[in-house]
Design a protein around this ligand. Structure first.
Ligand SMILES: NC(=O)c1ccc[n+]([C@@H]2O[C@H](COP(=O)([O-])OP(=O)(O)OC[C@H]3O[C@@H](n4cnc5c(N)ncnc54)[C@H](O)[C@@H]3O)[C@@H](O)[C@H]2O)c1
Length: 279
């Protein structure tokens, strides 16, 4: 079923761990080469070595900071030089910062927007020429979050950044529609990954101020309680990814019980349409 994907190349930012590595396994299992890009070079190398050994596909690892335009452009040149180009791009890096809206500092907002939003934009801009130069199956995956569907308290900066990434993706899908390059927004729910730790490690050394408080996590969980099925391993979260990409679906949901909250928001928007049209 995936024979037509053999020999194609997937590029994954945040490929050194968690969801990015799980995505890498999906593509490598389909016979695709994989470039793992990560600010944690050793982690990226670990993913690349593991995929090459497990699936016998060509891989490469590159250290990249998506917060730095020059870094992602250099990574794109490296991928072109080693794997020959990019057919599927997963702009998957996202950093997390808890904090109440009135406590997060400008520096913290800037960091999240710099990495999660501009990092996504830069990643796409750096690899788009390579994707355009290929033919056949070409896709761009942007990692958003289920918190965009069911926003929670104390996650304001993170959720704002993921809404922005979604806005970028929605526009990108429209802009690339005529070129046969599909854009899929991925909305993961909670996953057992090292996300909080990797965000802490990726945090710029000079970003000392913090609006986080000890009760941020518990307050968030009181607001949006999580059941046993709301946190899964990343391999489970990507079980439908390839099928959704092959069908060129605009949205890929992974798991989680956030549907009622999303439907409440959709009902409020529908009601706003009704009032507007009835006035
Ligand atoms: N874990 C969850 O519960 C969860 C839920 C919803 C969405 N997400 C999103 O999934 C994506 C992947 O996160 P994960 O859970 O796999 O965490 P993870 O920590 O396993 O992976 C994130 C990777 O990004 C890398 N990274 C961080 N800053 C970087 C930078 N500036 N440049 C390059 N690489 C950088 C980290 O080193 C890490 O390897 C993120 O966008 C995250 O926001 C995670």
């Amino acid at each position: 079923m995936t024979e037509h994907l053999a020999g194609k190349v997937a590029v994954i930012t945040g490929g050194g761990g968690g969801l990015g590595t799980a995505m890498g396994r999906v593509f490598a299992e389909a016979g695709m080469g994989v470039a793992a890009l990560d600010i944690d070079e050793a982690a990226a190398e670990g993913t690349a070595a593991d995929l090459a050994e497990s699936f016998g596909v060509p891989t490469t690892a590159v250290r990249v900071d998506v917060g730095d335009a020059g870094s992602i452009e250099a990574a794109a040149r490296h991928v072109e030089g080693t794997l020959g180009g990019c057919d599927v791009l997963c702009a998957n890096v996202g950093v997390q910062q808890f904090g109440a809206i009135d406590r997060l500092t400008d520096d913290e907002w800037s960091w999240l927007l710099q990495v999660n939003v501009l990092g996504t934009v830069r990643t796409v801009r750096a690899f788009l020429p390579q994707i355009r130069a290929r033919d056949g199956f070409r896709r761009i995956v942007l990692t958003a979050s289920s918190s965009v569907l069911a926003p929670a308290v104390r996650l304001g900066a993170y959720q704002t950044s993921k809404f922005a990434a979604m806005g970028f993706g929605e526009t990108l899908r429209e802009e690339l529609a005529g070129e046969g390059i599909g854009v899929t927004l991925l909305f993961p729910g909670g996953m057992m990954t090292g996300h909080l730790d990797s965000s802490e490690r990726a945090r710029p050394a000079d970003l000392v101020a913090t609006g986080a408080e000890d009760d941020d996590l518990t307050t968030m969980l009181e607001h949006r309680p999580m059941g046993a099925d709301d946190v899964v391993m990343p391999d489970h979260a990507v079980r439908n990814l390839l099928a959704d990409l092959e069908a060129d679906e605009p949205y890929c949901l992974t798991h989680g019980s956030h549907r009622p909250v999303y439907e409440g928001r959709r009902a409020a928007m529908d009601a706003a349409f009704d009032r507007m049209e009835g006035s």
